[in-house]
Write a protein that binds this ligand. Structure first.
Ligand SMILES: [Zn+2]
Length: 284
């Protein structure tokens, strides 16, 4: 089971969130049939979306949309609802023959729901290395004005199977003076790349917290479960069908077959009888 831990250092200087996303990432990658570079970056995006949600507002939705180039788009969508206290899904949209090449036009878009229902969005550039961690830190600093250190990663075996995925986020609380920040920055240099920790079996949120805050007193203030999951249902899929051109729906009704529609995120399929389609047409 994947979990996330939220802690605060006892000097009141830092908020730290550590997360294990191994099962969640495996679920998303399998549902999308993602491989190699696409799978690795999608994994980081999924972990990042949960970290952002946990740090900004655990009870609200966060979506990360990464566009390495014009031909490929990766989405991570983290929801607070679900069996566990948060479910996350992902989506890969790529044109025929597209690759994961990053360049001058690579961007990461962060969209999050606010408590008043409004949508807050920010777009940041992604470096040519395609680092999700770096892009998220940039977003936090520029759009949210919160100094944050973030690392996400996915450790795989030689065949690309996910062995361990996770990450951390360290945030400077507002009233902090420069001293503790320098100490923390210095300390986190050892953990900029989280992969060695994951590879060494130190990916459990409690272990990660102990490593990051070694020798610093802290208190765990929250724990949530994290899981792969989708929010699709029949009504949503019907709404997607209803948005098709009227003639197209009419021709599907004329064919008289039951229409199979499946969710792009989780591949669950839904069946719509011609009568149901007629109902959609009446309402559109
Ligand atoms: Zn679905």
């Amino acid at each position: 089971m994947d979990t996330v831990l939220r802690a605060i250092t006892d000097d009141g200087a830092f908020r730290v969130i550590t997360i294990r996303t191994t099962d969640t990432v495996r679920g998303v990658i399998a549902a999308q049939g993602a491989e190699k570079d696409v799978a690795r970056v999608l994994a980081d995006l999924v972990t990042g979306s949960i970290l952002v949600r946990q740090s900004m507002a655990p009870d609200l939705r966060v979506q990360l949309i990464l566009q390495p180039n014009a031909r490929i788009r990766l989405v991570a969508d983290s929801h607070p609802q679900g069996l566990a206290r948060g479910i996350t899904r992902g989506l890969v949209q790529m044109a025929e023959g597209a690759d994961m090449r990053f360049g001058g036009t690579s961007v990461l878009q962060v969209a999050r729901t606010l408590h008043n229902g409004a949508l807050q969005q920010g777009v940041v550039q992604v470096t040519e290395e395609g680092s999700v961690s770096t892009a998220l830190m940039r977003y936090m600093t520029l759009s949210e004005q919160v100094v944050s250190m973030i690392a996400v990663g996915c450790h795989t075996d030689a065949r690309g199977r996910v062995l361990e995925a996770g990450g951390y986020l360290v945030q400077l609380l507002p009233e902090v003076v420069p001293g503790p920040l320098m100490v923390m920055t210095e300390r986190l240099k050892d953990f900029e790349d989280i992969l060695p920790l994951l590879a060494a079996g130190k990916g459990a949120p409690a272990t990660l917290l102990g490593e990051l805050l070694y020798g610093m007193p802290y208190t765990v203030v929250g724990e949530d479960e994290v899981a792969f999951g989708c929010t699709c249902d029949e009504t949503r899929l019907a709404a997607t069908l209803a948005s098709l051109p009227k003639e197209e729906i009419e021709s599907m009704i004329a064919d008289g077959h039951v229409i199979d529609a499946s969710c792009d995120y989780c591949s669950k399929s839904y069946q719509f009888a011609p009568e149901r389609l007629r109902g959609l047409l009446a309402r559109s």
